[in-house]
Design a protein around this ligand. Sequence first.
Ligand code: NAP
Length: 337
Amino acid sequence: MTLRENVPLSSLTTFRIGGAARYVVTCESVEDIQNAIALAHDRVLPWYVLGGGSNVLAPDEGFNGMLLQIAIPGMEFIEEEDAVRVVVGAGESWDSFVREVATRGLWGVENLAGIPGSVGASPVQNIGAYGAEVSTTIESVQVLDTKDGSQRTYTNKECFFEYRDSVFKKDASLIITQVTFILSRIAIPTISYADITARRDAGATLTTPNEIGDVVREIRAEKFPDLKKEGTAGSFFENPTITAEHFASLREKYPELPGYPSAKGVKVSLAWILDKTLELRGYTKGSVRLFERQPLVLVAMIGAHESEVDALAQEVTSRVYEATNILIEREVRSLRK
Ligand code: NAP
């Protein structure tokens, strides 16, 4: 366990915003996490699991508490008949894991290539992209329950996975320490999304998990700002799901609004609404703006403040509501809650 004091949150988050965190503890084992939490209790400080900092907006005044970075390593492969069970430490990088399994010819997570963050963060919001969701590949999740210090294994069913949601998102006292995946040796390419079919139509070969993963990384890179020059936490808002009736009424107003039926209604593209109905692509206020190539992505210039991001996000939320009656929700988490 390593403990650092007064670490700028701007150096720990991809938004590159935020004052100092009082303590940052890097935990390489379950025991490290237990010791860190005991220390936070002793000092009567709140604690928070930070991960890669790629989905967090931090306060300008900093965080008077303890941030836990879960760095538990490990990747074990257990051969089954047509599948391979992979037991992975929560601290492994998500994209390194995707590359490793794709290189071994294993299918299931290739469409999730290029997502920032750690393996341990992947079940929390049930990461998904281009028609794939991590929940379909997870057999179980090992957690430390900080309410009573117990360690337990959540089966896939007990994780209550839903669209960008799980039991872990609702209960922050559960810290994920290990994830067990079941990945297939049998080819299951999912290439139905327009961004991917466009690449195939332009000549890309999409026959192996690595080929698909590389194409997905290319698509994502095009929609993402250069992190060396400015800060961002990727998509700032969730793509909303609305009722079929609501969608039908919006279609009268916006006949080209794309909608995709889902279990809970119709998923709509927020990027399309921001771009085509509100013309907010590239919309700038002071040091923050909606990214030109993907307006769902909020970009902050170096030195921007949390309050500026908040103000722009609130304005966007109001304008979307006025135009569509949709109350959009933030995907990016706040360190204030
Ligand atoms: P996009 O591909 O323009 O899609 C916008 C919305 O339309 C999403 O809700 C997406 O559903 C839905 N959609 C698009 N094509 C679809 C199809 N062929 N079938 C069913 N639904 C379809 O979105 P984007 O903002 O550029 O993002 C690209 C991908 O990355 C999307 O899959 C998006 O969800 C994903 N993403 C995930 C996260 C996360 O896990 N936290 C964050 C950012 C982006 P889905 O959401 O079900 O794909």
